[in-house]
Design a protein around this ligand. Sequence first.
Ligand code: PMP
Length: 313
Amino acid sequence: GGQRDRWVFHQGAFVRAGEVALGPGTQGLHYGTGVFEGIRSFAAASGNGEALIFKAREHFERLRASCRLLRLDLPHDTDELVDIARELLRRNQLFGDSYLRPVVHKLALEPGTPFGVRLRGVSTAVTILALPMGDYGNPEGIRCGVSSWRRVPDSALPARAKITGAYANNALAVDEATAAGYDDAILLNQRGTVAEASTANVFVVHAGRVATPGPDSDILPGLTRAAVTRLLADVAGVAVAERDVPRSELLTADEVFLTGTGCGVVPVVEIDGRQVGEGRPGPVTTWVREAYGRATRGADPRYRHWNTPVGGA
Ligand code: PMP
């Protein structure tokens, strides 16, 4: 089977991807009025054939919060959404490393609703896709450019809500960075301090101290960011400072790394043409990457509550 034969969850039922049809009037397409999540599932380290969804409940709870902001009706509770995700992986036989993409968006004007930009009087579509995805974070480290596009401020379009339309901001920044030969962009906020990378949070390490931009930095407070903060505190005894990170710190840090569901923990070895630290992944980054890798695959008994198993049989 090809892409069209994959199972997706769409409007309350499991259907083949090729059966999903969206009309040309789809509101989320016109106005970017949708929200989404990115969730990873990993082959269990035990080798028992199970897949483990990482922080499944937290992702669906964040999705629900995003939906509230845009007045999107999410007709499934968190337990149901987790069950749907598990069923979707089973139907697609995805017991290796994979990616789940829930997207909830404005669909069509309800009868009597006048044409135009609005949140009320518009129906909602709920779709969840699942696809195989290996590690896409480069363990050797990546090169980043600080974007000339600033992060959209929380007062205009909150990054914390994962709004589909807001990602045009991220796409502009990625496009600029890749055109300049970089792997990814780091965006500053309107205050000129570090916000985040295109789809990941930023951490800086200086003399063994670890910091990351705080919740008022126009960031998505990532679930990977929270997991890494937890691992550093519990296991390594390192408290991560959540504070403003000036641009100059990116260029003087011993280590910089990114965290995100898609990429995991990724070392940044060059920023704006300057080597970060020794120009290779540093000890804190390497430790965090390994600790996170173990936790996501169920190899650390302290963090089993982060893993939702999906049986192969
Ligand atoms: N910031 C942005 C803009 C993102 O899209 C993501 C990816 N969801 C992140 C940060 C990292 O968040 P998380 O660790 O929850 O994936």
